[in-house]
Every structure is written in structure tokens, then in C-alpha cells.
Design a binder for this molecule. Sequence first.
Ligand code: DGJ
Length: 728
Amino acid sequence: MIVLDEKNRVFTLHTCATTYQMKADSHQVLLHTYYGPRVGNGDLSYLIRHADRGFSPNPSEAGRDRTYSLDTLPQEYATCGVGDFRIPSLEVEPADGSLLSDLRYRGVRRVPGKYALPGLPAFFGGDRWETLIVTLEDAASRVEVELLYGVLEDRDLITRAARITNRGDQTVYLHRADSLCLDFCQGEMDFITFDGCHVMERCMNRTRLRAGIQSVGSVRGTSSHHHNPFVILCQREAGEDYGTCYGAALLYSGNFAISAERTQMENNRLTMGLHPYHFRYALAPGESFTTPEAAMVCSIQGFGQMSRQFHRAIRENLIRAPRAGERRPVLVNHWEATEFHFDADKLVEIAGAAAALGTELFVLDDGWFGKRDSDYSGLGDWQVNQQKLPGGLGALAERIQALGMQFGLWVEPEMVSEDSDLYRAHPDWALGVPGRSRTLGRSQLVLDFSRREVREHIYRDLQKVLDSAEITYIKWDMNRSLTDVWSAALPPERQGEVFHRYVLGLYEMLEWLHRDYPEILIEGCSGGGGRFDAGMLYYTPQIWCSDNTDAIDRLRIQYGTSFCYPVGTMGAHVSAVPNAQTGRIVPMETRGVVAMCGTFGYEMDLRKCTGTERKIAARQIRTYKARWRLIQEGDYYRLTDPFGDGPYTAWQHVSEDRREALVSVVMGAVHAAQPFLALRLKGLDPQRSYRINGSRERYPGDALMNAGYPLPMPMGDYQSLQLYLEAK
Ligand code: DGJ
């Protein structure tokens, strides 16, 4: 609900459990007054302290009032160069070369329905929600900023974006245009980020906000393995089940910057948006620029509740999956089993062994096209390699379908190998600066997806491939960071647009796929989880979570990922042991328990398994098929922290009506004489009692949550168990 008090110019947004408020003050400055647990509509600007701080300047309208300074007031979208020395939201360079933005309030309006952002991912929800649009202006440059707020009331989620329009008569250049600025007047806070590297993504880091700026971001052209465009600011005492916390996600898959600043007033500012590195965007008179969307959730019941809010909204109002509400197929992918060394017969044998156990989709990974026998060549030549696959994809797909399976295909459309026909024909289609050598990554170059003719050419090739066989799934991969970012299609003064235009080009191509092949399920991938963000999830309802398939490392990767993203978005597969990344040997049962907390599949040659392992795999697939709705659509509870030094990692899925739950536990390395352990469950109905794994006994929900359930003593490393709870 949006409440506009136009007389006092107080604008209040209510979700079910939270309130967000701003006020245009007497100097037309848009102040942020509150974001937190739900309160009434009253003007909360009394919370704002005015103080004369030395060296905090005063706008001329303040006259002799030295307590009025943009430097100390909480801002809704921060100015630049006119007195607020904290992180600005907008930096604009008009024709005179200055870099100021003095934004003042011009008007407000409420629009039915949640806004959409053409060409960019955004939460959707039909007409049941509302949008608030607040207009600001920098009078001197005549740059207008419309702040868009989507109020997803029953999701307890608020979205933000900004549309910047040049109302003047000369071109201006944007140097910075953030999606979110959130000022907190309350005291100390912790900053939580999700960081890592290739094969160890989204590890949780929690740090106390200290004076100055702490930030994460990416200048790699993708959201990256290294930092994720999702962060949490929270009270210092906040934890999984208690305390106030604010989660913020940027729906963007390229360069981003997120900063938390602790100021001289001991206040905190959170900012989020495109990374300013190499960003300079020309706006001719009348042109507009729209920032990516940011989404915010505030929870007073800790991180668990915050995550569940994000999960529901992402599942129901962001992801566009074919046959939504249906189970996604259990897949088998041959990559870890064969890499590039396969032919049609070998693939069909691998698929056959997997089909016999109940898998439903075979994914043909890298190596099926062009001269692609290693990762040194072939990218860009999207014609099937007839030596490996005589008869083409159609013939292979038919053999796979004869096994009762669907057929899926890996592609990496954004890339080109130097050793490829495409590169020989169009060397300028790869990003690169004339006169400089180009930097390789995995021995490949990046196609200039900011150029329409490049996208169209690749798309036409992809269409030929997709039309040549019955393909129900695509794995869209992307295996390097962007370097040498320069486009032959843009003049020098517009090269600062290429990073962003690249992402827009990628989104456009993915949108074409949605339009032309609505039945195809797309899995995102970037060397595993190098582009695991809410922007990609709008186009690719699941993303390969990590190239690290070691079940014990995956506990941490999937745990970190779960803070924002629902488990149904995480591609997770059982792979062979010793694991290719770690050499670790983890029992088959445990590999299944971990992979089941995602979109489940196998990444191995099941022909090579023992009879017992095959039986275990068949059982896992049956369990997943029986429990998938509970896992993917139930409420997710983290029961322990795999980064702590506890003896086990556990999590739980609970159905909305709380009649069913699935608890998964993975033990660590075993020690003799272990203490007795009881695991306290969450989210159950305290009034009901539950059977566990079909037991005769019933266990009261309140006891299971407060006293716990005894865990068996492990005999051997990394054992696991699943408890299925069913209420009468
Ligand atoms: C990186 C992906 O993450 C892998 O799963 C696999 O598809 C390879 N690329 C293929 O080159």
C-alpha cells in the first residue's frame, strides 16, 4: 500500500510487515525517514537529527542555518558535489564539464501495477501491486530523475530503480547512476557479503561496519564468482532467527558496485548500482537511461525470514520457467565423465545407464560443434561436428528420446575462439582495442554483444541448431571475464557504454529465446556460478551453482547462495569420487542428499558405478521425485552454519501448511567417542505431532523444535541422513 500525504509531502510505502518512508522537505530535498518494521503513516522526520558539523556545508537556501547540511541528512537519492560528501547516487557531466547533481523534489504520483523496465529484468506481479514514482530534478543541467518504487506488499519486498532523462538541449554524460541509496539513522551495523572465487563461490563474510567505506563489486563484465550482487546489513546482534536485517539484491549480471559507508554521524549508507569503472553514458536531449532494479527485504526475525521472503518472490514473481509449477527433469550431464572425448555411441551408453535409474534429461555439453576437441578452438562455429555425431543433433536426439529421455544442449554464444571460422571472418566482432593485443581467457575471446549484428548472427546460428532437433533444455555457459572492452561500433566518447550495452545485448538475446522457444528450459552457467544473480534468474530459471561438485564444499556454496536465491534455482549434481576438484571421497548417499537441495541431477558416467551405487542412485531419484515440491516450494530453514565448527550441517524444507518437512543432515569428518547430538528443528507446527520416516511413534512439533531429535552416531566420514516428517 502506498500512502501519499501530499500536504506534508510524506510518502509511505507499506508491505505486510514493513514500512518505508520518505519526505520532501521545505528545501525540496527528498529525505529518507524510515525503513523497518511496519508502523503507521505518521511523518517520521522527527527522527532526523540536524546538527552543525564543522566542514559540512549548507545550501544557500538554508541561509544562516548551519544545522541544515546535505552532508548529515538521510537522503533518498544522494546528490554529488553540492555538500554531501558520502557516496553519491548520481554523477552527471553536462556540457560545461562540471560533475554536480543537485537533485530537488518536483512531484510524486502513484501508478497502479508494478512497473516494468524495458530491456532489463524486473519483478513482475500483474496489477495487484502499485508503483510510486517520485520526480527529482537538477535544475542547472535539466536532468530529471524518476525514482521508481514497486511495493510487493504480500511478498514484503520493495523494488527500486531510477529513470534518468535529459530534459536539456545538450548532451550530458552519466558517470554514475545507482539503483539504490539507503540511509540508516540507527547505530552500529554488520555488513554481510558473499564472496569467493571460481569453484568456491558465495562464501558468507560478516564484518562490523567501521568508519569509511566497505564495498564489493565486479569489473569483470559479469556479476562474477568473486562477489555477489546481494548483501545484508543488519543489527550487530542479528542472527538466523532473530534481529533486524536488510537484504538487498541487484537484478544485474554485469559490473556492479555495492558499498556500505559509516559516516561522521555514525550513520550508515548502503548504495547499490552499476560499477562506475569505465561507465560513461551519453544522454542526448530527450533520451533516458534506466538503472537496473534493486530489491530490498527487511526482516525483524533474522536472516531466515529474510531469505524466505526473497525465495518466494523470486520463485513466483521473477523466474519465468516453462511449465511453471511442474517438476523440472532430473538430468544427467556427461561433462565431468568425458570432457571433450566422446562420440555418439558413448553418449548414448551414458544416457542409457542413467535412464535406467530414472533420469529424464540428457545434456550434451561442450565439444559437439566445430573443431572443438579441446578448449583451444571452435567457439563461434555452431555447426555440429559430424565426425563425433554423424547424422547431427537430430540423429543423436532421437536415440536419446528412444531411451525415454529429453535432450538438452550446452552452448556458449557470447564467445569466439581465435581458431574458428567465425573469428577468421569477423575479427572485429571480438572485444578488443585496435593497436593492442587482446587478452585471452580460457584461450577464447568475447564477442561484442553490444552490437546488434553480432547478436543477430549468433542467434540465427543458434536457431538453426535448435530447429535441427527436439531440444527441451539449453545450458547457456560463459567462461571468461571481459577484458579489452572496446567496441568497433561506437565512437571514442561512447566507449564507456560498452560494458552495460553488452549486458543489455545478452538480455535481449535471452529474451528472443523466451519469445521464440518458450518451451525450452534454460540453465545459466558461467564456469559454474560466475553469473549467479537475480538478473540472470529472470531469463534462466536455474543456474549451475558451481563447477565444484564436491558435496562437502557444496554445503558452503549452497548455504551462501541460499541467503537470497531459492534452492530450486541452484543446479546441483551428484558427481564421481574421488572428486575432480578436491580428491575427496564422500559417500554416494551424501552426494545425493546435497545435490537434492537444488535442481537435481548427475554429472558422471553411471555405467562405471557399482551395483550398490546404482541402487542408491535409483533410490535418490525416487526420493527426489516424491519430495521435489516440498524441497523446491517449501519454506527453507538453515539449521546450522557450515562455516562454523559444528560437527554437522543441517537444513530443512517445510511445506506451507507445516504438515510435511524434510530434514537433511551431513556429518563432518568422524571422531571416536562423539558426544550425543540432538538437532533442533524449525518451522514446524507446535500443536501437531509428526511421524519421522514412517515411524509408529509421533514426535510433538514443539518438542522437536525446542528439545530436538537425536542424531545417530556416524561410523565413517561425511555420513548423512534425511528425515521425512509427516503430521497427522
Ligand atoms: C564450464 C561449465 O561450468 C562446465 O559445467 C562445463 O559446461 C564446461 N564449462 C564446458 O566447457
